[in-house]
Design a protein around this ligand. Structure first.
Ligand code: NAP
Length: 338
């Protein structure tokens, strides 16, 4: 069994390849042949030492993976050999509210991740892939896809006809545009380039604002909504945009806060809340139950995740660099097998 690992002493050092004997299978565990994994910004943060949960030294990285069940423990009931499954970011968060203990148990960080040709996973910690998706596509869903879904539905769910605002052309925003359109919403998106604006429009965004040209994009959102503002904001950026997000949110809007972009120089002034009623919800990906609900929407609308680029596993480091360059639109995938 071949796996890639963070360097135990220095996670920023090149990944270490190891050939290890197959781990034994517990009664409720599955052995999964991994076909594809995808990268998230947190995977860069883990290697840079800026992620709030410390990685286990030498851990196999990456939370997001998809593969095929090749062996089942004797007490497994949910899956059979040949089933196609995806990972869960929080393997122990099945449903309900997230506890701190569950939050600390993360695949590809405190727990082993999926950058390996095989993984052993508890059957409760994976779920079936939507039938119409390939492994590359399914591997994009566990973090960015589910975070977007949680932002749209985990508080007061988006209703047909409501206005959703997405910020930047990052992976969460791209998923949010696809899901919001499938839910019947109007979508206003922002991005930094006209090329990306055209891509977001082709994915269904009704209006796209270039936030470099329209620096006062919050005013534009108000203008486009006749002064009403956005009912839902997918705040995948954070301190650098939050004040403007509040200013162009509708009365009693829902703001899902995921992002941590902005740097040390961005300042959020809490007086921006004054005179406003809204729900600000800091999101942590989602539970397996949320993931199952998202997959039902993906299957019903035959949605296809947007993939920017697929790298072979031998070029895993190049995949990390590609994400760090931030020129992507859609997910960065590493194909492990197949
Ligand atoms: N809380 C959670 O559960 C959770 C889960 C996943 C991710 N996250 C966090 O959410 C954030 C987004 O994740 P992602 O996967 O979407 O990242 P991503 O794909 O790497 O997004 C990168 C994009 O963010 C946009 N951006 C960066 N700074 C911006 C700014 N000041 N104003 C507007 N847009 C800006 C850029 O869009 P343009 O190219 O259009 O400029 C860039 O292409 C990250 O901070 C990540 O760590 C949180």
């Amino acid at each position: 069994m071949r796996s890639l690992h963070l360097d135990a002493d220095n996670p920023a050092a090149p990944l270490v390849t190891r050939d290890l004997p197959r781990a034994p299978l517990g009664p409720t565990a599955l052995r999964v042949r991994v076909h594809a994994v995808s990268l998230n910004r947190r995977d860069l943060m883990i290697r840079a030492g800026t992620y709030p949960v410390p990685p286990t030294p030498g851990v196999v990285p990456l939370s997001d993976g998809a593969g095929e069940v090749v062996e089942v423990g004797r007490a497994v009931t949910r899956f059979a050999i040949g089933d196609r499954v995806t990972s869960c970011y929080f393997p122990q968060w099945i449903d309900g509210r997230l506890s701190l203990a569950q939050a600390m148990q993360q695949a590809g960080c405190s727990l082993p991740g999926w950058l390996a040709d095989e993984v052993v996973a508890e059957e409760q910690a994976v779920l079936a892939m939507p039938d119409h998706l390939g492994f590359d596509e399914a591997a994009t869903l566990p973090c960015a896809g589910l975070t977007a879904w949680n932002g749209l539905t985990g508080g007061r769910p988006v209703r047909a006809g409501s206005t959703v605002l997405t910020l930047g052309a990052g992976s969460i925003a791209v998923f949010a545009i696809q899901f919001a359109k499938a839910l019947g919403a109007r979508v206003i998106a922002t991005t930094s380039s006209d090329d990306k604006a055209a891509r977001l429009a082709s994915l269904g965004a009704d209006e796209v604002l270039n936030y470099r040209q329209s620096v006062d994009w919050d005013r534009e959102v108000l203008r486009l909504t006749g002064g009403r503002g956005a009912d839902h904001v997918i705040e995948a950026i954070g301190p650098a945009t939050l004040e403007r997000s509040l200013r162009c949110a509708a009365w009693d809007a829902d703001i899902g806060l995921m992002g941590v972009f902005g740097g040390d120089d961005s300042r959020f002034d809490p007086r921006a809340f004054s005179g406003r009623v809204l729900t600000l919800r800091r999101i942590a990906v989602g539970s397996r139950s949320d993931f199952e609900a998202m997959n039902r929407l993906i299957a019903a609308h035959r949605l296809r995740p947007v993939i920017d680029r697929v790298f072979p596993v031998e070029e895993a480091e190049a995949a990390y660099r590609h994400l760090a360059d931030s020129a992507h639109l859609g997910k960065v995938v590493i194909r492990v097998a197949g």
